[in-house]
Write a protein that binds this ligand. Structure first.
Ligand code: GLU
Length: 346
């Protein structure tokens, strides 16, 4: 069954990448996230019994979506009758395709920028607009990290002619790479793009098979933490002039400084941009199920933080600020009960 899913995913992403001019590589097989130990973390405000069995698409196994998605899935499953099977995937675009086109996911973690492109049919979604999904809530900030082990690569311009991993097939990272290169008047034709998961790309960095990898994920990211234990890791900054251009062209990004010390041996700040990791669901998910998931997560941020550090970024404001895709009605009901009005559609 999983192989069939992987094949469908691969085919749909080959189509998507052909549509936007990128080259394709096989999609990774989905694997299930390990269950978090939630036995000692009871939900404070467990909602009334609502039952469902759902599947959530996340990202590669060495990313933050998979780890944090696994924690959210286990937490909701342990505290409600909504069970969530959390699986690895290629990332944001593959997840939206998995919900809207292939029907293999009920829930997914996606980047706020990529979901907005998909919903509105822009960027590489021009010929395949996908709007049959809704937002449950923003989760945490994802930073675009340009990672290299080569100290001579100090600027995005230095990536010219280099082998650069631009994320997995179906990743959101791909879109960030295209936007950042554009701010430097470059395109994918100026680099040799390589499509790999975060885990594979950091292995390729170790082996010297690629020169840099773009990794859009919550920092510290497992794959980079691992790389930094064996290699010197450098994060390339976006300089002021090009940051101004990037933010003018793509106002959905926010400037962000990754502090020195985020990774072993990484001893100076790096300036980059963030997007928002966002939990979404299929458009026809029952309202009471959406309500149960959202209330269980956002009413229990402290208990979830005890299981994964990204829980500390969960808040009602972060969940709802700057989200440009309509919310699920069950989620909107929860936010309304907490004094926040969000957009919905029929
Ligand atoms: N934001 C990444 C993407 O969609 C995935 C991040 C992660 O796996 O933590 O490509």
């Amino acid at each position: 069954m999983k192989k069939t899913f992987a094949l469908l995913l691969a085919l749909s992403m080959v189509f998507a990448l052909c549509a936007c001019g990128g080259s394709a590589a096989p999609a990774p097989a989905a694997t299930e996230a390990p269950a978090a130990d939630v036995a000692d973390a009871p939900a404070a405000d467990a909602p009334a019994a609502v039952s469902a069995k759902l599947t959530m698409g996340t990202g590669g196994e060495a990313g933050t979506y998979y780890a944090f998605g696994g924690v959210l899935g286990s937490y909701v499953g342990s505290n409600t009758d909504v069970s969530i099977n959390v699986v690895s995937s290629g990332g944001s675009a593959a997840n939206i395709t998995g919900i809207v086109v292939d029907g293999i996911y009920d829930l997914a973690t996606v980047q706020s920028d990529v979901m907005t492109y998909a919903y509105n049919g822009t960027n590489s979604f021009t010929d395949n607009k996908m709007d049959a999904f809704r937002v449950l809530g923003g989760l945490y900030a994802e930073t675009v990290q340009i990672v290299t082990c080569n100290p001579d690569i100090t600027s995005v311009a230095d990536l010219k002619g280099k082998n650069v991993c631009v994320g997995d097939v179906g990743s959101g990272t791909y879109f960030n790479t295209v936007d950042i290169l554009a701010a430097y008047d470059m395109t994918l034709d100026d680099i040799t793009p390589v499509y790999q998961s975060f885990g594979d790309s950091t292995e390729s960095l170790k082996d010297g098979k690629i020169d840099a990898a773009v990794i859009t994920a919550g920092a510290p990211t497992t794959a980079v933490v691992d790389l930094a234990t064996s290699n010197s890791v450098y994060l390339v900054s976006i300089d002021d002039e090009h940051m101004t251009k990037l933010l003018a062209d793509c106002p959905w990004y926010a400037s962000y400084t990754i502090p020195a010390g985020t990774y072993n041996g990484f001893d100076s700040d790096a300036v980059t941009v963030t997007v928002k990791a966002t939990l979404v669901c299929r458009a026809d998910l029952a309202d009471d199920v959406a309500y149960a998931i959202v209330s269980t997560i956002y009413n229990n941020a402290d208990a979830i933080t005890a299981l994964h550090a990204k829980g500390a970024e969960l808040s009602l404001d972060f969940a709802t600020d700057g989200i440009a895709v309509p919310f699920a009605k069950g989620a909107a009901q929860f936010y309304a009960e907490n004094g926040i009005t969000v957009a919905t559609v029929d």
